[in-house]
Design a protein around this ligand. Structure first.
Ligand SMILES: [Zn+2]
Ligand SMILES: [Zn+2]
Length: 317
């Protein structure tokens, strides 16, 4: 049996692979082009208080859609919530321009299934097909190159719960519409508040630049947090904790903590660790907006046998 066949739920080549590459070219190419324009020409328009406020609002909405929505709720079911909260998180998830909820969840569950072994979606150690990577190539593969290989994840294997959920399927079917709102809404708010020039500023900074920042932040979890940083807990992979990515991305930089207890809604297991996604979840819990937060106890976790291995991405078999 070939290695490819032995990897559960991984589809090699064919139309899904072509479709994945076209989708990712659009999802990455459009905001990247907009960001380059903002940095080389758009900055001449200046930035106003309105631009900053609209940027922050949409960064928070999309960032929480990523961290609390795509990751902790849709993928790991770390807490429960009502329909209104699910819709708010699903909209934020679409605003990140990282593909449909179905695709993201299936890929991420396969990442946990094969974490830094053959079959992982985006490991710096191996390609999905099992080819061993050098350190630099591995870093680039984990950061973004994996989005242009021809392997895909079968949602029937990794996300059958979402395939039965009509609300989620609505957001999958109308994904282009909701992703477009990620640009249309900031532009509209800017236009209403300050006219056409403010609308353009908000499109550039609260639209394109904001999406590009969240793109690279998310990709850094896959590349930086599987290559550099502290490994506080044994997780059977190369996952690391990187504090500054936690600040940028709602606590997601505590990625070793997450791999050690993927079901946990809150990730700040040790004193001094900052998980403000978890901090927000605890407040939501008190307000009755979410419920049944699953949280790992420190006693359930095994300390990493060798914390001095920070920055080493070899030795996983
Ligand atoms: Zn990971
Ligand atoms: Zn995860």
């Amino acid at each position: 049996m070939s290695t490819e066949l032995a990897i559960r739920g991984m589809i090699c080549g064919g139309r899904p692979g072509i479709r994945k590459r076209i989708e990712n070219a659009l999802l990455i190419g459009i905001p990247t082009a907009g960001t380059l324009y903002a940095l080389t020409a758009g900055y001449r328009l200046g930035i106003t208080i309105t631009t900053v406020v609209v940027f922050v609002v949409f960064y928070l909405w999309a960032g929480l859609g990523l961290s609390l929505g795509l990751h902790r709720y849709f993928t790991h079911r770390s807490f429960q919530c009502g329909r209104g909260m699910v819709i708010w998180l699903a909209l934020g998830a679409c605003f990140t321009w990282q593909g449909t909820i179905l695709r993201w969840v299936a890929d991420h569950r396969r990442h946990h299934r094969y974490h830094d072994h053959r079959g992982d979606v985006h490991s710096p150690v191996y390609t999905a097909r099992g080819r061993r990577l050098t350190r630099l190539r591995g870093f680039l593969h984990a950061h973004f190159a994996w989005m242009f290989d021809d392997t895909t994840t079968d949602p029937a294997v990794y996300a059958p719960d979402l395939l039965r959920n009509r609300l989620i399927l609505h957001f999958v079917t109308f994904y282009p519409l909701y992703a477009s709102l990620s640009l249309v809404l900031p532009t509209a708010v800017g236009y209403v508040v300050g006219g056409a020039t403010e609308g353009l500023r908000c499109l550039l900074w609260a639209g394109f630049v904001r999406i590009t920042l969240i793109h690279h932040g998310t990709w850094a979890i896959n590349s930086v947090c599987h290559s550099f940083g502290r490994q506080d807990f044994a997780s059977g992979d190369q996952s690391r904790n990187v504090w500054f990515l936690s600040l940028l991305l709602f606590g997601e930089g505590l990625h070793n903590n997450h791999h050690a207890a993927p079901y946990s809604a809150c990730l700040d297991f040790l004193p001094g660790q900052s998980d403000w996604g978890g901090w927000i979840l605890r407040r939501f819990d008190r307000l009755g907006l979410v419920a049944d937060l699953k949280t790992a106890a420190l006693s359930e976790l095994t300390p990493s046998p060798d914390k001095s291995q920070a920055g080493c991405n070899v030795g996983v078999e």
